[in-house]
Design a protein. Structure first.
Length: 129
């Protein structure tokens, strides 16, 4: 009879902490909620235009990346506020760079959206065969 490795009692605690972090971001970050709304709209649009399996992969990876970078931006802002409660130019720079990362990924997400949904939309409008 094989011995099974002992169950790690910390695994479920770490899942709970991750869940709590996700709930915090949803509750406290307006931009994250807007990204979630956009993700839902893109999900419905993907279903309507019948995206292929690989198009779904591209959409899900893009949405996941946007949401993850938005969460990382929240981490950066929280840490900067913790270590620099008063204004400091370097604190501003750190926050601006984190926000710039979100903006960059959002632009890429728009490009992916145009590539995925542009052709079906043009076909629907009768402008492309």
């Amino acid at each position: 009879m094989m011995d099974t490795p002992p169950r790690n009692p910390h695994f479920f605690a770490s899942l709970r902490h991750a869940w709590d972090g996700g709930c915090y971001v949803v509750r406290s970050q307006r931009n994250f909620r807007l990204h979630l709304l956009a993700a839902g709209v893109m999900g419905v649009a993907g279903w309507v235009v019948r995206l292929t399996r690989w198009e779904w992969v591209a959409l899900l990876l893009t949405v996941g990346l946007v949401l993850a970078v938005e969460m990382a931006n929240t981490v950066a802002e929280t840490l900067v506020d913790l270590v620099s409660p008063t204004y400091h130019p370097l604190a501003k720079q750190a926050k601006d760079v984190a926000a710039g990362a979100v903006l960059l990924v959002a632009f890429i997400a728009v490009a992916v959206g145009v590539l995925l949904f542009g052709p079906p939309l043009l076909r629907f409008l009768g402008g492309w065969r």
